[in-house]
Design a protein around this ligand. Structure first.
Ligand code: SF4
Length: 312
C-alpha cells in the first residue's frame, strides 16, 4: 500500500526543509514544580544532530524552548520545498517548469505571511533576491532529475515509529517507487558537500529509511539527498548501514535521556558557537567565541559576536 493516503495534509502548514517541522516534535514537556525535565516524546534527525553537536544547545532549543528563528537561506529553502511538494503531487506529465512557476505563485502567500519571514523585514531589493533565490532552488530540480519520470509514493510524509529503541519522528520530503523498491529522497537547497564529507550527510535519510522500513516491513533500496541545482548524493540501503545509523541514533537517545534524567547538559564548544543563538547565556560558548576572535579564527560576521556585544 502506498503512503499517499497517510501523508499529512500539506495544504495547511508548509514544513521547513528537513528540520523545523521535526523540531517541534522533540519539544520536552516540563511538569510544573518538577525541575528535572522529562524526556522528549520523540527524537527527530535534526534534534539528534543538534544534540550531537552540543547537548547544551539542544537543551536551550527543546527544553527551554528558546527561539532559533530561521534566516533568509532557510526560509528560501522552505519556499522551494513547498513548491516542489506541490509539483510532485501533480500528474507526472504536468511536472514542468511552467507549472512550477504557477505553483510558486500559489505558494508565495504562505511564506509571505509566515511570522519568521515577516520578522526578517526585507526591503524591496532583498525581497526580489529572496524570491530569486527560492526560484533558483526550485528550477535546480531539473538540473539533476526529470520530475516527469518519478513515480511518487508520498510527499512530506510524517512518520512516527519506534526505530530500534528510539521513539522516532520525522517528515520525509519524498518517497519514490521503483520496480526494485522504495527510494527515500530529501531536498537540500544549501551547498553540496565535498566528496569526502558526503557520506556523513546521509545519516538523516538513512534514519528515514529505517523508519519507513519499520513502518512498512520493507527495506527501501536507496536513500538520496537532492542538492538542488548541483548533484545527487545517495547510498544503497543495506542491513549493515541501516544498523549503523540506528545504532548511532540509539546511542544519542541514551545519552540525551540520561542528561534529561540528571538535568545536566554539557557545553560542547567549537567553531559553531559563532552561529549559536544561545551564546549570550552560555559562559563556555562566550569564552570560545572571544578566544576565536582574539586569535583570528572566527569570521567577523559570525552572529555570536554581535549577540555577545549586545548582552555585555
Ligand atoms: S555557545 Fe557553543 S557551547 Fe554554548 S550552547 Fe551554543 S553551541 Fe553549545
Amino acid at each position: 500500500m502506498g503512503f499517499a493516503a497517510a501523508a499529512t495534509d500539506s495544504t495547511t502548514s508548509p514544513p521547513r526543509p528537513g528540520t523545523d517541522t521535526e523540531t517541534e516534535t522533540d519539544t520536552v514537556v516540563q511538569l510544573p514544580g518538577i525541575e528535572v525535565p522529562s524526556r522528549p516524546a520523540h527524537l527527530s534527525p535534526s534534534g539528534a544532530s543538534l544534540y550531537q553537536q552540543c547537548p547544551r544547545r539542544w537543551k536551550h532549543r527543546y527544553v527551554d524552548r528558546l527561539p532559533d528563528p530561521p534566516g533568509v537561506a532557510a526560509l528560501a529553502g522552505t519556499f522551494a520545498h513547498r513548491v516542489l511538494e506541490l509539483l510532485l503531487q501533480e500528474p507526472d506529465q504536468r511536472r514542468t517548469v511552467e507549472r512550477a512557476k504557477e505553483l510558486a505563485r500559489v505558494a508565495w502567500p504562505e511564506i509571505a505571511t509566515d511570522d519568521d519571514f515577516v520578522a526578517l523585514g526585507l526591503d524591496e531589493t532583498e525581497l526580489r533576491e529572496f524570491r530569486w533565490r527560492g526560484w533558483l532552488a526550485v528550477e535546480g530540480l531539473w538540473a539533476i532529475e526529470d520530475p516527469c519520470t518519478v513515480s511518487v509514493d508520498a510527499t512530506e510524509h510524517d512518520v512516527q515509529v519506534l526505530v530500534g529503541d528510539v521513539p522516532f519522528r520525522g517528515v520525509v520530503d519524498r518517497i519514490d517507487l521503483t520496480d526494485d523498491g522504495r527510494v527515500i529522497t530529501d531536498y537540500k537547497s544549501g551547498r553540496a558537500p565535498a566528496e569526502r564529507f558526503a557520506a556523513g550527510r546521509l545519516t538523516q535519510v538513512m534514519l528515514y529509511a529505517a523508519a519507513v522500513a519499520a513502518t512498512t516491513g520493507e527495506r527501501p533500496i536507496r536513500a538520496r539527498l537532492l542538492y538542488l541545482g548541483q548533484k545527487i548524493v545517495e547510498i544503497d540501503v543495506t542491513d549493515e548501514n541501516l544498523e549503523s545509523a540506528v545504532g548511532e541514533l540509539e546511542a544519542t537517545w541514551s545519552s540525551l535521556t540520561a542528561d534529561c534524567d540528571r538535568g545536566v547538559f554539557e557545553a560542547t564548544t567549537g567553531p559553531l558557537c559563532g552561529w549559536c543563538p544561545y551564546v549570550d547565556r552560555c559562559p563556555e560558548g562566550r569564552a570560545e567565541v572571544n578566544e576565536r576572535v582574539d586569535s583570528g579564527r572566527l569570521r567577523l560576521d559570525a552572529p555570536a559576536i554581535e549577540l555577545i556585544a549586545r548582552s555585555a
